[in-house]
Design a protein around this ligand. Structure first.
Ligand code: ADP
Ligand code: ZN
Length: 529
């Protein structure tokens, strides 16, 4: 069968078996491969670990010419090329890490038709020299990996991706396949329009990862909670712990190592060699825990990551889904665990307020955060919420914390009114703003130095909140923030009222909150003493 006539599917199956050594296609792969082999454009939404690579690698091997893969993951190109080379596939890459001689060699291989796959960093495609090079060879297809990087408001936006819309104009007959694991209906639409893929066939796989157990717990003592998770459920397992800042990455990695758990740090502040070394060790050795910022993980293919723990709140549901998706690619039971608290909400709101960009940008960030908070505070199935976010249906799953121990909601209207009226009185009677700590001290009737200094024990609300403890009050404030009934302002995380606060203060609105489960760590220690 000549390639020009459209090869038979059996060619694809043969390549799957002979080159990659797999018996059969996974769900969705066959249709995608067939479509691209036949020269069609495709937009593929498939969760991490679903097997996206084969969807362009096999068509590249079946079709005549070189498959050009655009990928932002420069650090991984060498690994990908090595892996393909080991299978006997002729692959090369062009990116900024190479010297002139290495590039020239790859270019001449390309021109001589001695490559099956050529990986390119997106910024290469802005160079005239690259475009001319591609013109002088035969391109079998363009694969645009991590296609959500073209979405301007997404969390991984790369300006260089915008230039990829030109591929279609310059090479109208070369099929394009864009792939991503991150796509809300809005991102999906944005990818299609920015890459001119409206007429492409869209393949949307289920985003459910049934083997991942989702759990979101209130943060009390994060280090202890993390240690307990690892010791009781994942001793000796490989895992990833995500932290927001470089310094907490360092500290948590040290803390784990000090407690006998082999852990390595990974963040953009480490020099390139240490980063590469730590990553290589994590991939090769068993049972290492990688403590990392979100700089770690895109494109990492380690099948047996048994848990992903977040010690800080992710900025968006997309981020959360993508990071937790690195657990359990082998299909075996895995844990996605997130500890989150009042301080997370305060900190993230503050970061949004002080972020660069215009108001529309800040509103976008706030909407992302709100969706993440709604997932944290829901009393419904986490998985069903997560799938709904990606526009997909799901019944209660039986494998998330709310399914396993159903969360109740409780009527928190009165406590909410107490918090809000304290903030209101401080603002109106004293023209003062304070953070959560001071508000809670006032409610609990604590005569701290700061309470006395500001004469807050004279307020009528002083001591009206003794029915709850400090942790419960922090939970109430956190959920008020999450529900937009309270807002954070300025550098010190001071609390201010929102328009919606008035409805609660005016008794026109009921406030329901998620009841916090008993904290296992505290209960266990209480039992011991
Ligand atoms: P993604 O890019 O979607 O995250 P990959 O393409 O890296 O996923 O594939 C994830 C894992 O699944 C890889 O180890 C890959 O070799 C394996 N895989 C993909 N397709 C198949 C298949 N048809 N049969 C068996 N294993 C597969
Ligand atoms: Zn569930």
């Amino acid at each position: 069968v000549s390639p020009e006539n459209g090869p038979e599917v059996s060619d694809a199956t043969r390549v799957l078996r002979r080159v990659f050594g797999y018996d059969s296609f996974r769900e969705g792969q066959r249709e995608i491969v067939e479509h691209v082999v036949a020269g069609g454009d495709a937009l593929v939404l498939m969760p991490t670990g679903g097997g996206k690579s084969l969807c362009y690698q096999i068509p590249a091997l079946v079709r005549k010419g070189v498959g050009v893969v655009v990928s932002p993951l420069i650090a991984l190109m060498q690994d990908q090329v090595d892996a393909l080379t080991a299978l006997g596939v002729r692959a090369g890459f062009l990116n900024s890490t190479q010297d002139f001689e290495e590039r020239r060699q790859v270019e001449s291989d390309f021109l001589a038709g001695e490559l099956d796959l050529l990986y390119l960093a997106p910024e290469r495609l802005r160079l005239d020299a690259t475009l001319r090079l591609l013109d002088s060879g035969v391109v079998s297809l363009f694969a645009i990996d991590e296609a959500h990087c073209v979405a301007q408001w997404g969390h991984d936006f790369r300006p260089d991706y915008l230039a990829l819309s030109a591929l279609h104009e310059r090479w109208p007959d070369v099929p394009r396949i864009a792939l991503t694991a991150t796509a809300t209906p809005a991102t999906h639409a944005e990818i299609a329009s920015r890459l001119s893929l409206q007429d492409a066939r869209h393949f949307v796989a289920s985003f459910d990862r049934p083997n991942i157990q989702y759990r979101i717990v209130p943060k009390s003592e994060p280090r202890r909670q993390l240690l307990e998770l690892i010791r009781t459920e994942h001793p000796g397992d490989a895992g990833i712990v995500y932290c927001l800042s470089r310094s907490s990455v360092e500290k948590i990695a040290e803390f784990l190592a000090g407690n006998g758990i082999p852990a390595l740090p990974y963040h953009a502040g480490l020099d390139a060699r240490t980063r590469a070394e730590n990553q290589a060790r994590f991939l090769r050795e068993d049972g290492l825990v990688m403590v990392a910022t979100i700089a770690f993980g895109m494109g990492i293919d380690k099948p047996d990551v048994r848990f992903v723990a977040h010690l800080d709140l992710p900025k968006s549901v997309e981020g959360y889904y993508q990071e937790t998706g690195r657990a359990g690619r082998d299909g075996l039971p895995s844990t996605a665990w997130l500890a989150y608290g009042l301080q997370d909400v305060v900190q993230q709101r503050k970061m949004i307020d002080t972020s660069e960009g215009d108001d529309a940008h800040r509103r976008r960030l706030a909407a992302h955060l709100d969706a993440m908070l709604a997932l944290c505070e829901t009393v419904e199935c986490r998985r069903a919420r997560l799938l709904a976010y990606f526009g997909q249906q799901g019944a209660p799953c039986g494998n998330c914390d709310t399914c396993l121990s159903p969360a109740e909601s409780w009527d928190a209207t009165v406590p909410a009114q107490k918090v809000l009226s304290t903030v209101f009185r401080l603002m109106r009677e004293r023209r003062q703003k304070f953070g959560a700590g001071q508000i809670i001290d006032i409610l609990l009737g604590r005569k701290t130095a700061k309470v006395i200094q500001f004469d807050h024990d004279a307020l009528t609300v002083f001591g009206v909140g003794t029915e709850l403890g400090e942790a419960e009050w922090r939970g109430v404030v956190r959920q008020l923030l999450a529900q937009g009934l309270l807002a954070v302002e300025g550098d010190y995380g001071t609390l201010v009222l929102t328009d919606a606060s008035a409805e609660v203060l005016g008794r026109r609105r009921q406030v329901l909150m998620r009841r916090e489960p008993d904290r296992p760590a505290r209960a266990a220690r209480a039992a011991k003493s």
